[in-house]
Design a protein around this ligand. Sequence first.
Ligand code: FES
Length: 161
Amino acid sequence: MSFTVPANLEAEIDELITHYPVKRSASLMLLHALQEHFGHISTEATVWIAKKLGLQPINVHELVTFYPMFRQQPAGKYVIKVCRTLSCALGGSHKLHEHFCTKLGLDPHAHGLQTTKDGKFSVEFVECLAGCGTAPVMMCNEDFHEGVSHAKADEILGKCK
Ligand code: FES
């Protein structure tokens, strides 16, 4: 499988690397940049980053598997992230996650990211989104939502075209 990073993105990445005294320190920024462009971090992307930074692929792979914000598989057009940390768990986030899964035909008991067959939605649990006082909180792509009731969840889904 061929893996190509567009020239303009590679130029941005090359410039980005110059901001770090040690190339390796740019690893997370490169992962963010490639995930933003490709939607996930494939094995090919891992190898590409490693080569770019003079590392072994395992050095990059361990970051991808350690940090929950990096995905190894493609996600849907809309990624719904439901916080499951303490305040949100107490505030009903497990029921909220179940609500999304049920509405979208996904398994509420499955682990990790799940994507609908049409590729429109992905649902996953995440850790604290720093809105603990207004639990339960969630994100739909880059939009942050607080105090999400089931009715509000339906509204959020309805706005995803
Ligand atoms: S516990 Fe959910 S935002 Fe902090």
